[in-house]
Design a protein around this ligand. Structure first.
Ligand SMILES: Cc1ncc(COP(=O)(O)O)c(C=O)c1O
Length: 359
């Protein structure tokens, strides 16, 4: 962690900061420090750990007009013995650079990305939650800071990482899903497999509808036929069909979730069958009704894994899952949480230790 400049004001801020709330929620509390680096003249400047605060942006910064921005989400966990690890941060770094390439932005070197995450976590050590299922959520991001109204890729960028001690993303133990059959989140050839703001902006109107329908998450279908299940606005989708963990294959309109991949690998470790297969909505409905599909769930870094209780449609029809508390899903969720928190042996290379720094 030698390559990041540490401002003494940041150290003073974090030393004084505590969180006493018993219900952390998601993204409610922000660590009072952040890592920031700037890209100018074709190169990244030195990253700095500084006090958390507003960024100064020109009103014509391209991110504000043309949404040239990307972000990531990953977590740091406290183990029973007190040591802290990041969960597969290299995968987030690689996906960050995949998103950067898609959005005509410069790469941020994988080792620097990981070091920035390590550094903010190391200094936030005292606010990494202790309870199982809680963690320090990290949000790396990059924005186009160059000013100019011309629609062209910027030449100046800001990279940053902020951190939030977090608990459950959803307040309930299962989710009600609203199936969006009209609008589309991401189209073939578009930017759906990049973690960039535009995809989330495209999901928000439907999210309002989702809430109006008393549901928690929007399910998105493919852009051509509006028939095949893709994913949620911020989570991947799995159904357990005839005992097989089934998830749509990755495409350019689905984000390659780290949780999705990790759950597939953990299921395979248990010798549970897993397939990546297109899921036609009508077929899924028929299988839920016949009992061939008893469980389904959403998964992502923020939410971990949450069983789906029901699917609701525009005409008000609702289909209830037979196992709204997903027995198999929850077994897998427990295994992932225990792996992340160092209570069950993790597959090689999954846990990235965060060094202890005296400050
Ligand atoms: C659109 C979308 N799909 C899936 C996921 C799940 O990805 P991960 O498991 O890497 O958090 C996310 C969250 O990052 C997301 O925003």
């Amino acid at each position: 962690m030698k390559r990041i400049e540490i401002q003494s004001e940041a150290v003073e801020k974090i030393k004084k900061y505590t969180v006493t709330d018993q219900v952390l929620g998601f993204g409610k509390y922000m660590a009072p420090i952040m890592v920031i680096a700037e890209y100018k003249n074709g190169a990244w400047g030195k990253a700095t750990l500084m006090p958390y605060g507003p960024l100064q942006l020109d009103p014509c910064a391209k991110v504000l007009h043309y949404a040239q921005e990307i972000f990531e989400g990953l977590k740091a966990y406290r183990h029973p013995e007190g040591d802290i690890t990041l969960f597969r941060p290299e995968l987030n770094a690689q996906r960050f650079n995949f998103s950067a390439a898609r959005m005509a932005m410069p790469e941020y070197p994988v080792d620097m990305f990981v070091e920035a995450c390590e550094t903010i976590t190391a200094y936030s050590r005292n606010i990494v939650p202790k309870r199982l299922g809680e963690s320090l959520y990290l949000r790396p991001f990059m924005i186009a800071s160059e000013a100019g109204l011309g629609i062209k890729p910027a030449k100046e960028f800001i990279f940053g990482v902020v951190a939030s001690p977090s608990g459950n993303y959803f307040s309930s133990s299962s989710v009600k899903v609203y199936v969006e059959r009209d609008e589309v989140r991401a189209a073939t050839g578009g930017i759906g497999n990049a973690k960039t703001g535009g995809n989330y902006a495209a999901s928000l109107r439907s999210y309002k509808r989702t809430l109006e329908e008393s549901c928690d998450q929007t399910m998105w279908l493919d852009s051509k036929e509006h028939a095949y299940v893709e994913e949620m606005s911020g989570m991947n989708f799995f159904a357990v069909i005839n005992g097989v963990f089934t998830t749509p294959p990755l495409s350019d309109s689905i984000l390659a979730g780290v949780t999705r991949r990790s759950l597939m690998e953990l299921a395979q470790r248990r010798k549970w069958p897993v397939v990546e297969e297109r899921i036609h909505l009508d077929d899924l409905i028929a299988k839920i009704k016949s009992g061939a599909c008893t469980e389904a769930f959403v998964c992502g870094t923020a939410s971990v894994l949450v069983p789906i209780a029901s699917l609701k449609f525009k005409d008000g029809t609702t289909i209830h899952m037979r196992e709204p508390d997903g027995k198999l899903c929850l077994e897998l969720k427990e295994e992932l949480i225990n792996v992340q928190a160092g209570r069950v042996e993790a597959p090689e290379g999954w846990l990235h230790p965060v060094p202890v720094i005296e400050f």
